[in-house]
Design a protein around this ligand. Sequence first.
Ligand SMILES: C[S@@+](CC[C@H](N)C(=O)[O-])C[C@H]1O[C@@H](n2cnc3c(N)ncnc32)[C@H](O)[C@@H]1O
Length: 205
Amino acid sequence: MGLLDRHVFPRLNDLLLGRAFEGLRSELLAGAEGRVLEIGSGTGLNFAHYGASVEVTAVEPSDFREAPRARARKKEAKARVSVAHGKAEALPFDAGSFDCVVSTFVLCSVRSVEASLAEARRVLKPGGRLLLLEHVRSRDPGVARWQERLRPVWMTVFGGCDPTRQLGPALDAAGFDPDGVEAVDLPLPRLARDGVMGVALTKPR
Ligand SMILES: C[S@@+](CC[C@H](N)C(=O)[O-])C[C@H]1O[C@@H](n2cnc3c(N)ncnc32)[C@H](O)[C@@H]1O
């Protein structure tokens, strides 16, 4: 386990995306039902927000899924939670295995948004739902320009997080209806305040 994975990224993650997001996480995950796949679960900040009847399978490529706080959150969860190594772009599950896929602050970090969304679509049952809470490229052109300028430094400091991504067209192309995903203001500094949150339904094939 590297120094950054063990000490720096888990703390940074919990500092920036912890307490201030509990309300939004609860609101989003109240909609999670049945067999749920959470991609990029990090230190497990979502685990406490699932209902007791939910069965959660989480995948996380980084070693910080093994960090003490991630293990503790798994134990404290009301839902049954298992965590495995895995990447969103190549999910080790059969097609049609899950009722919901959850992604919170992950699509900014994956290598390919298109491949990750295609995989989410593949593993969802017909009528399955993608629950999203993500930060995206700013809707303010002036802020977006700063995001472009700072992108290389930002990606180094925040473990590969790209502040300039847009998700609407990619959702549509992957076979999701983006209408249930709305713009939200996140409790973050201006450069990362523009977010999206909601439920994208699978479109019939
Ligand atoms: C900003 S953290 C968010 C963690 C967690 N989802 C949360 O809401 O607190 C981004 C997470 O995405 C994970 N990640 C990066 N690339 C990934 C990939 N290709 N597939 C799945 N997860 C990935 C990182 O390891 C990290 O845990």
